[in-house]
Design a protein around this ligand. Structure first.
Ligand SMILES: Cc1cc2nc3c(=O)[nH]c(=O)nc-3n(C[C@H](O)[C@H](O)[C@H](O)COP(=O)(O)O)c2cc1C
Length: 162
């Protein structure tokens, strides 16, 4: 059996709607790093665990692949610019972004509906991505704004409950 072509796989994976997050961490010199990631998912409630995957194409891939902790920010429908900014290579993503350093020494971006600070407890290489599994150590609800969704390679808003 032939493997499906990459455009088929891309549109197949695009049928799965996700939220949009920005994951941040510190590099070895204490500089902020961050990237937009829709691969985030919850894993377990007790203990509270989450996962996301970082692709080797990301300029800060090595930092994320080896970081001991990271912060996941769930974005609202009003934060498409922020999402695009943190998916743009070659710029200072934090320039013009309001953020503060948390007590746990993680860069936390202001005004995101939810921020989860996590300790990396496992990671697995999977082809050109590294799956990072984190234990949630801090939960910060910041706003009740509706989430930003990603579906079919485009941003969407949440519809009415069915
Ligand atoms: C909505 C959206 C979701 C993304 N999700 C992921 C992801 O889960 N994992 C990943 O490695 N890259 C993901 N990317 C791409 C990275 O954000 C992008 O490659 C990277 O941050 C580019 O900038 P950098 O090279 O400076 O990191 C996503 C991009 C967008 C716009």
């Amino acid at each position: 059996m032939n493997a499906p072509q990459s455009d088929v796989i891309r549109s197949a994976f695009g049928r799965f709607a996700t939220g949009v997050t920005i994951v941040t961490a510190l590099d070895a010199e204490g500089r902020n790093v961050g990237m937009t990631a829709s691969s985030f998912n919850s894993v377990s409630l007790d203990p509270p665990m989450v996962l996301w995957s970082a692709g080797t194409q990301a300029s800060e891939y090595e930092v994320f692949a080896s970081c001991k902790q990271f912060a996941v920010h769930v974005l609202s429908e009003n934060q498409t610019d922020l999402s695009n900014r943190f998916a743009t290579p070659g710029i200072d993503k934090f320039d013009g972004t309001n953020w503060k350093m948390s007590d746990r020494q993680l860069p936390v971006i202001d005004n995101c509906p939810l921020c989860l600070q996590c300790e990396t407890i496992a990671s697995h290489q999977a082809s050109d991505h590294r799956i990072l599994i984190g234990l949630v150590i801090d939960v910060d609800f910041n706003s009740e704004e509706a989430p930003l969704l990603y579906y079919g390679s485009a941003y969407h808003r949440l519809g009415d409950p069915i």
